[in-house]
Design a protein around this ligand. Structure first.
Ligand code: HEM
Ligand code: HEM
Ligand SMILES: [Fe+2]
Length: 446
């Protein structure tokens, strides 16, 4: 690392890993419940476990993105973060709001809107937290010596993500209108502005690891940003087919969402092309694996598995089934989980000065987690297709169908175990790197 203040990133990454671990615990609770072993039902019913699982996911990813920004922005702007103490206050308040929300869900203190369960009063705390974060990033960028395309795309993604949180906070009496605007947050995040965050981090990593000229890498970024906006904004329509919104969304949503994989394909081709063009001299090969991995798996999970159920004629049958969970897992993991893992793998040796490149544990973490997640996705796919057939085509009762597909959750839990072992290796490596320290400054020159 080049700037002392970059050390803040480490603690955001640490919080991220902690919350991920908790997320997995709740995943297992649901996996067992689906197998018919819902022993914790009276304390943690399925709906609570689900809300905790998905909300922890969002918070560990956000914490990872924030850590990435605290590392990348000073380095790109060539300027220390303007106020390090405030960044730590922001970290602690993020953790506190997260904990209050998660505990609250266990006592039915929640809104019941998938992904946006956080009660409104806590939303205001989230807003203050994110404003503090953005204030620090923007001030550093303005005071800094340079404003690179990479840092601007990353910052633009973060600012838009904050703005798009607001439509989810407006109160509507109509279920349809509420749902309509809920998607402005959920869809426009993952299929819009988060892609900019991903693109920014990806560009930073490719510049550092492949050694290809910044100009070449940043040109690709424009293409990806363009493709994302052209397809992603109107692509929101793929959530409006059957919620009571006007019929024209069937055609608009169908066409534009079918174009969305192009942005992910662009990212995959971009990463592979830069890898092939690069000098392949950087010693942190694992960071390269995670970087290429995120570009490729996100194309499969988000692009291809998204496409699989995005047309109205298919979505009519698959909507809200385990087919959605199949896509949700590989998309979130490939695009946003893996990009966080990539930036952590790249930055840890630089923050701590310990060059634990390519350890066996690190390699195992990469392969086990990815093979495990692909297995989980397959289990959800088998369960989902069977569910759609029995429930939506044969017309069997929801509960009866859930009993029939219990066996697929045995496979899910086995693959999830493999995945979790991979994650444990990653966290073990994280801890083994030790704490960030000032001696690491300039020890590594990139
Ligand atoms: C990294 C990007 C993506 C992530 C993280 C992601 C994740 C998710 C998640 C979690 C859901 C469930 C949301 C809910 O019901 O509240 C969902 C739904 C959906 N996604 Fe994606 N997605 C991504 C990209 C895409 C793309 C590119 C497409 C289309 C090509 C797509 C098509 C769909 C469709 C059609 C649904 C609705 C499923 C239903 O009706 O139940 N997604 N996605
Ligand atoms: C131990 C590992 C995991 C297990 C056993 C697990 C299991 C589950 C189960 C059973 C559900 C509920 C499906 C339903 O509604 O019936 C779920 C939902 C979900 N999980 Fe996981 N999960 C795990 C890890 C992860 C990870 C690492 C991610 C993201 C990177 C993730 C993202 C999601 C999402 C987005 C949903 C909501 C899907 C939807 O909207 O349909 N999970 N998970
Ligand atoms: Fe969407």
């Amino acid at each position: 690392m080049r700037y002392k203040s970059q050390k803040v990133a480490y603690w955001f990454f640490a919080l991220s890993m902690l919350l991920l671990t908790l997320q997995l615990v709740y995943g297992f609770i649901m996996g067992f419940a689906h197998m018919g072993y819902d022993g914790l039902h009276s304390i943690i019913p399925f709906n609570t476990a689900r809300a905790v699982h998905t909300n922890l996911l969002v918070v560990w990813l956000l914490s990872g993105f924030m850590g990435a920004a605290y590392y990348i922005i000073p380095e790109e702007a060539e300027y220390e973060l303007v106020n390090v103490k405030l960044a730590y206050v922001q970290l602690i308040s993020l953790a506190v709001v997260g904990v209050i929300a998660i505990v609250g869900y266990h006592f039915n203190y929640w809104e019941g809107r998938k992904f946006l369960e956080i009660p409104r009063p806590l939303d205001y705390l989230v807003v203050i937290n994110v404003l503090t974060f953005l204030g620090l990033i923007l001030a550093t960028l303005f005071k800094g010596k340079k404003r690179t395309t990479t840092s601007l795309v990353l910052t633009m993604g973060l600012v838009f993500a904050a703005l798009l949180y607001l439509p989810g906070m407006i109160w509507f009496d109509s279920q349809t209108t509420d749902s309509f605007f809920r998607w402005w947050v959920v869809h426009l995040w993952v299929e819009g502005v988060w892609e900019l965050i991903m693109g920014g981090i990806l560009a930073f990593l490719l510049i550092k690891i492949t050694g290809v000229d910044r100009e070449v890498i940043e040109k690709w970024l424009y293409v990806i940003v363009g493709l994302t906006f052209i397809s992603g904004i109107l692509g929101t329509g793929h959530h409006y087919y059957y919620i009571g919104a006007p019929k024209y969304w069937l055609i608009i949503g169908g066409i534009f969402s079918a174009l969305e994989p192009l942005a992910f394909l662009g990212m995959a081709l971009f990463a592979i092309a830069m890898y092939r063009k690069g000098e392949k001299k950087h010693p942190n090969k694992l960071a390269l694996s995670w970087t290429l991995g995120t570009a490729i798996i996100s194309f499969v999970g988000a692009g291809l598995l998204g496409l699989a159920h995005t047309l109205p004629s298919v979505n009519m049958y698959t909507h809200g089934t385990l087919v959605t969970a199949m896509h949700g897992h590989l998309a979130f993991w490939g695009a946003y989980g893996m990009i966080v893992f990539a930036i952590i793998t790249y930055t840890l040796p630089n923050l701590t000065g310990r060059k634990r490149y390519e350890t066996t544990n690190g390699i195992l973490a990469f392969w086990l987690s990815n093979i495990g997640m692909i297995g989980m996705t397959s289990a959800f796919a088998a369960a989902g297709v069977a569910q759609v057939y029995m429930e939506r085509i044969m017309g069997l009762d929801f509960g009866d169908v859930q009993k029939e597909i219990e066996v697929h959750f045995l496979v899910l839990v086995i693959c999830a175990t493999l995945f979790s072992v991979g994650i444990s290796f990653f966290i073990y490596e994280f801890i083994k790197h030790g704490l960030p320290n000032d001696e690491a400054i300039e020890k590594v020159n990139n």
